[in-house]
Design a protein around this ligand. Structure first.
Ligand code: SF4
Ligand code: SF4
Length: 281
């Protein structure tokens, strides 16, 4: 089963939930943890994996051979991302817009375009406390996270429970990370900001046809609007984590909730059982 752990906004405690879910289940089944928050991966701070493999993630970018080019403009026509333009007798390539789809070089009638790899980030794998750990890191200054996320997700083993830590928000990296998941846990907080961003995330998951449930973090602070919204929309609230100074202190020290407060382990096992039941029905 693949469970994505997402949140409409940052700072809701998404990694706190994802890491404790993984740790609570690793003695019961094979668990993979995939940190797809590649712009700011932080699960390694909590899971402290020993990383033993590293690879560069790159995408193919076209380069033109001016001797073969007839400036027909076909490459610019087929590029859906405006990453290539032909102006008179000049072919301009904009690597920061290129998605590496290969359409231009495939369709160039003169074979004037070849491809070179452009580094987008790195991927590291290892082990952590009985969990297979994989994370990606986007190169600083790069804007396109999906190629790195796709590379991380290639490691998913359907025989294991794969837990995906998704970046906050509802943009392309979130779509790429949650796509193909069996379930998405949405971590939110009971505030107007939390509600606004939760509703955006729910709309996205509805479009992707992925069932979801909510974890309310810092329960007891704020108001009851998130709860009312979930009731209205028929979205189950699967776990509540209270606003407690002890939990915040653990988090600030890089200690997972279930390691710092083992009494929470049962709640995370129940959370998984509830998800399994929702997915099976
Ligand atoms: S499609 Fe090929 S030949 Fe035509 S302009 Fe582009 S690079 Fe040149
Ligand atoms: S590889 Fe794809 S995205 Fe990049 S320039 Fe060619 S057609 Fe455009």
């Amino acid at each position: 089963m693949i469970i994505a752990v997402a949140s409409g906004k940052g700072g809701t405690g998404k990694t706190l939930v994802a890491t404790s879910l993984a740790l609570s289940l690793q003695s019961r089944k094979p668990v993979q943890f995939l940190d797809c928050d590649v712009e700011e991966p932080d699960a390694h701070i909590f899971l402290k994996p020993s990383l033993n493999h590293k690879q560069v993630v790159s995408i193919p970018i076209p380069q033109v051979d001016e001797k073969k080019c007839t400036y027909c403009g076909r490459c610019a026509e087929v590029c859906a991302y405006n990453a290539i333009a032909v102006l008179g007798e000049k072919v301009l390539i904009f690597p920061e817009l290129c998605h590496g789809c290969g359409a231009c070089s495939y369709l160039c009638p003169e074979g004037a375009l070849s491809e070179i790899g452009k580094e987008m980030g790195i991927l590291e794998t290892g082990q952590s406390k009985g969990i297979e750990f994989i994370h990606g890191k986007l190169t600083v200054g790069e804007a396109m996270a999906p190629p790195v996320i796709r590379e991380v997700k290639k490691h998913i083993n359907r025989e294991s429970l794969a837990i995906i830590d998704v970046s906050p928000g509802t943009s392309c990296p979130v779509v790429e990370a949650v796509r193909g998941s069996d379930f998405c846990l949405l971590v939110t907080e009971p505030t107007p900001f939390g509600l606004n961003d939760l509703a955006l995330a729910v709309a996205l998951l509805n479009k992707l046809d992925i069932p979801s449930g909510v974890v309310i973090n810092r329960d007891g602070a704020g108001d009851s609007k998130v709860e009312e919204y979930c009731h209205q929309e028929g979205i189950p609230i699967l776990l509540r984590i209270p606003l407690k100074i002890e939990i915040a202190q653990l988090y600030s020290k890089g200690i997972t909730l279930v390691e710092g407060m083992p009494q929470w382990r049962g709640a995370f096992i129940k959370l998984y059982n509830d998800i399994e039941q929702i997915v099976s029905t």
